[in-house]
Design a protein around this ligand. Structure first.
Ligand SMILES: [Zn+2]
Length: 386
């Protein structure tokens, strides 16, 4: 018999905006609580979508309504349960070590679908400390310390040993990690620390004056390592680097890129100057520049320079399928309104702007060319209302 399978009876039902919920005579499903997400699984063959405890009743959100009194089979997804138990027990170990070895309290924690997080009460924690913490955790993993769960009456609990005081009365569930932790906890746990595999901290961020660590454990750690390796392999193949050389190389590439951007800008300014000088030979009120293959930055630089000479500048860029209109403010044409009206008349493109500058984007170069031709025609014929 599958230990994750059970037979039971529906004792109560209710519906709300999220759907149909059922309560069961007995259940093996873990309801969300204590930073741990709910179990997954099926009930009467259909997926259980959520499990919540309300006033000591465990409610299961099901895909299809079930009748009160119905005999049903529940199956808990053991892979999901195991994963949650690993992430949750890893949190016990991290919290215990942070407090005992570093004097840092855990303020809150949660298990996400990919990563789990821990907010800790400190404003200084660095990556050397994280590596040292990970080594401490690994030692506890290798020692394969038993994790035991048992229930005690409030009077039997050794309150001074508790990691966190509890004001619960009656029966209290204790979770103890041999020689490391003694805690009142209702979550699910692994049987021994060896089952955690690896506990790997993935990020560290400052939040609200504290530090938030995110981590992965067990199979999630392996998945994370696979993802890092895939990303690194792509970088290594592209840049011919190794783990040892990649950081310096990326910084070098970034600096080269910044240098080249500066050079490109200087070249664009020279090209723009030359092109505008050629335009000025023409005695036109409207000057049109069409950039078929150039960068958008070059088109806009040319447009700005034409406008600075007192003409109305029209610049089209085929690569970005964009159009710019600009004048120096001495013309009475409200260029943004003019552009918008022309596009509305044509029924293509989207754009607009202010009195002296405007821009539009098109879905195709054909639309861009049509709009450019119409705009130039209207400007030359003076078909603009001011
Ligand atoms: Zn726990």
């Amino acid at each position: 018999m599958n230990p994750w399978q059970f037979e039971t009876t529906v004792t109560d039902t209710r519906t709300d905006a999220r759907g149909a919920w059922v309560a069961l005579e007995t259940t093996l499903f873990y309801a969300e609580g204590g930073g741990q997400p709910p179990d997954a699984g099926t009930l009467a063959g259909a997926p259980v979508l959520d499990i919540q405890r309300v006033d000591d009743v465990v409610w299961h959100l099901v895909e299809q309504e079930l009748e009160r009194g119905a005999l049903v089979t529940g199956i808990v997804n053991d892979a999901v349960r195991r994963d949650h138990s690993i992430q949750h027990t890893a949190q016990h170990v991290l919290t215990a070590l942070l407090e005992d070895e570093y004097g840092i309290q855990t303020l809150s924690f949660g298990i996400g679908s990919e990563e789990s997080s821990l907010e800790i009460e400190t404003d200084v924690f660095d990556w050397n400390q994280i590596e040292s913490l990970e080594r401490d955790v690994q030692r506890i993993v290798f020692e394969n310390r038993p994790v035991s769960t048992y229930e005690l009456s409030s009077e039997e609990v050794e309150h001074t040993r508790l990691r966190k005081a509890t004001d619960r009365t009656g029966t209290i569930r204790i979770v103890a990690i041999d020689g490391l932790d003694y805690n009142a906890c209702g979550g699910t746990h692994v049987e021994a620390t060896g089952q955690l595999g690896i506990v790997h901290v993935t990020s560290m961020k400052k939040v609200r004056g504290n530090v938030r660590l995110t981590y992965v454990a067990g199979l999630r750690a392996l998945t994370a390592v696979h993802s890092f390796r895939t990303a690194l392999r792509t970088i290594h193949q592209t840049l011919s680097t190794t783990n040892e050389t990649v950081a310096a190389r990326v910084i070098e590439e970034r600096n080269l890129r910044l240098e080249r951007d500066k050079e490109v800008k200087a070249l664009e300014a020279r090209v723009a100057k030359a092109k505008v000088a050629a335009f000025l030979q023409e005695d036109n009120y409207v000057i049109t520049h069409i950039g078929k293959t150039e960068a958008e930055t070059l088109t806009t630089t040319i447009v700005e320079r034409i406008a600075a000479t007192g003409r109305i500048a029209v610049g089209a860029n085929h690569t970005g399928q964009k159009l710019w209109l600009m004048h120096d403010g001495t013309h009475d044409i409200a260029i943004g309104k003019f552009l918008k009206r022309t596009l509305d008349d044509l029924g293509i493109g989207r754009g607009g702007g202010s009195h002296k500058q405007a821009q539009a984007r098109f879905e195709s170069v054909i639309d861009l060319e049509r709009a450019t031709a119409e705009i130039v025609k209207r400007l030359q014929e003076g078909m603009v209302s001011c």
